[in-house]
Design a protein. Structure first.
Ligand code: URA
Length: 236
């Protein structure tokens, strides 16, 4: 997108817009190797080399935040030695290098936040924020209340008790149950391990909310950009 040269220099943190005008007048700014002194020139910084005092001006990378409805069968790493599909391949026309915030198993579906903002990703993942993640799990059999209470209170997994969880039975079928579970920890395959520990294997798993940010009706494999308001919801 074309923008005024002064604005590009200011946004890149070189100087203020007013100062930029002075620098341009004094011949300190070049485009594609040629000094420009013309005022108000509009150029596309993605297609031209802009230099200030002979040094390239790099525009600060725009931060983007995405909510993807991850389908099963995609890995959340940025490359996979086994050649399985990676989640970033579902993003179209995004030139910035975005990465998933945290992980979802290959066979888990649902809400995955992706961004190029390392700082925000660290905050979201930091255990001190205890951000709730809500999943819908289809499990084998019909776990009774006593077993579910074990998960609610916390259960020993690999020598360490899990934090209390919130559980709600959504549906019981002939040989399976659909249960909503909310946890704030992020141990590897935690939900699967928790249900396995009470003897009920997880058959399907979908994350439906990240903090107060809900997946809603976003179709499988599709994504949407998150607004500032959405980002706040993650921490609410
Ligand atoms: N818990 C799991 O078991 N798997 C996931 O992908 C996420 C949470």
């Amino acid at each position: 997108m074309k923008e005024r040269l002064q604005k590009i220099l200011a946004r890149a943190g070189v100087c203020s817009r007013r100062k930029a005008e002075e620098h341009i007048k004094k011949g300190r700014v070049a485009i594609d190797g040629r000094i420009v002194t013309e005022m108000g020139l509009k150029i596309d910084p993605d297609h031209h080399l802009i230099e200030f005092n002979s040094k390239p001006v790099s525009s600060p990378e725009e931060k983007i935040y995405i909510l993807l409805n991850k389908p099963s069968g995609y890995v959340t790493t940025l490359n996979d030695p086994q050649g399985r599909p990676i989640v970033t391949s579902l993003l179209k026309k995004i030139s910035s290098r975005v990465f998933p915030v945290g992980r979802l198993d290959l066979d888990t579906e649902g809400a995955l936040i992706m961004t190029n903002d390392g700082e925000l990703a660290q905050r979201i993942l930091h255990p001190s924020f205890e951000i709730n993640k809500t999943y819908v799990a289809k499990v084998a059999g019909r776990p009774n209340q006593m077993k579910l209470q074990q998960l609610t209170r916390g259960i020993e997994l690999e020598g360490r008790k899990t934090s209390p969880a919130r559980l709600k039975i959504l549906n019981t079928e002939a040989s399976t149950s659909t249960i909503e579970i909310t946890i704030h920890e992020g141990r590897k395959r935690q939900v699967r391990k928790m249900f396995a520990a009470i003897g009920h294997r997880v058959l399907e798993l979908k994350r439906i909310a990240y903090g107060g940010l809900k997946l809603g009706s976003l179709p499988k494999g599709k994504y949407r950009f998150l607004s500032k308001k959405d980002l706040k919801k993650i921490f609410s």
